[in-house]
Design a binder for this molecule. Sequence first.
Ligand code: GLN
Length: 481
Amino acid sequence: MDLCDLSIHELKAQLEKEEITVEEVLDSFLQRIDAVEDKVKAYVTVTGTEARERIRAELEGSLAGIPLAVKDNISTEGIRTTCSSKMLENYIPPYNATVVDKLNEAGAVLLGKTNLDEFAMGGSSESSYFHETRNPWNLEYVPGGSSGGSAAAVAAGEAAAALGTDTGGSIRQPAAFCGLVGLKPTYGTVSRYGLMAYAGSMDQIGPITRDVEDAALLLNVISGYDPKDSTSVKREELDYTAFLQEDLAGMKVALPREYLDLVSNPEIKESVLAAFKKMEAEGAKVEEVSLPHLKYAAAVYYILATGEASSNMACYDGVRYGFRSKEAANVAEMFGNTRSEGFGEEVKRRILFGTYVLSANSYEAYYVKAQKVRTLLIKEFEDIFKNYDLIITPTTGDTAFKVGTVTEPLESYKMDTFTVPVNLTGIPAISLPCGFSSKNLPIGIQIMGPQFGDGKIIQAAYSLEKILKLGNKRPELEVAQ
Ligand code: GLN
């Protein structure tokens, strides 16, 4: 195993004991990027030169010298931030997102900006303007999305961990597809300042890591109140590593039966049910419950998210920043041509759909109704959390699919049913590996907690990770060295 295959806490331990140097760590990651990036294509931009420059300074903080990757819809001062769109192909932000400032203050080293579905709209990373990212477990498969570049980078040893963003599952689903831990924090826990908005009422930044301990370490760094984000929540600062305890005794777990009914791959059901058995053996109590409104979750999500997206995308008009069409006789034509040429197909589909659901004639019938069902879902989850500590489900209904095989938008939208309720209700959730399919593709299990129960889900995930003992299984990429 190379240094680039270690977790953050393993690297930290060796760095602190001075068994290894920051230079050796960075070299190992950059060598891996050189060796596999041609095949994996996790990055839009690799910042190797800047990383080398950065480690010449004495780095201090809880992430001192740890090489990380950041999804390319999070602003980095002086480093282009594209949202994997032609619209922002050459956009260089003049400021850092709050999370990037926080990573810098903690001494982390940025390896690059990772690929995503254009503007985070998608679940496979295939809609990037630049290239498709591949799943390191099998290069014919997608890594999931939209934070597929972040997940692939971590799975392939091209970063020790990465930041992703999750509006409807984009941290948890790629983590599940790539055999990693993905944490979507409670809405308001991590500042969204500098995150290019897709659907602001649901977007949240979170870590994609090799294990639960790393997720807690990263959440400690990136969380906290930020006056620059009006939806940031003022709370006492928690040390999430304090929840890294192996203790499931007395935990009451709800398993919504509607989730199991939606699983299309029987191996996923088997693997998740086996995990429940092991949790019960450790003293957790698992009971089936019902979430009758789950069947509307994807529809509600796509109405609300596209409505918000249509308005968020309005700022890309060729005037303020980014791409501008050269073909235009007047201003109106310039707007139109810029947007026709600058956005990809999926983004345009969502702008059209979102504009429609917000239009005067359909607002009541779609947008307002969806908000009402969102409230019903919130209520349904709250009711379950009155009697249970956690809700646990599969993260996805199937394992990763082959590149190019899911071409119908509705087919891909429906897959999001497993993850979108968490965003609609604002609660925290974590996905961790719970097994492998017969094709050797990772399977993820999702642990949800009540609002601000981030510590609780970290504790449950940490305990489950210890019981499942999947170890440090890593994909066997042919490394051309
Ligand atoms: N797959 C979902 C979508 O396409 C989720 C995306 C996300 O979380 N950014 O909207």
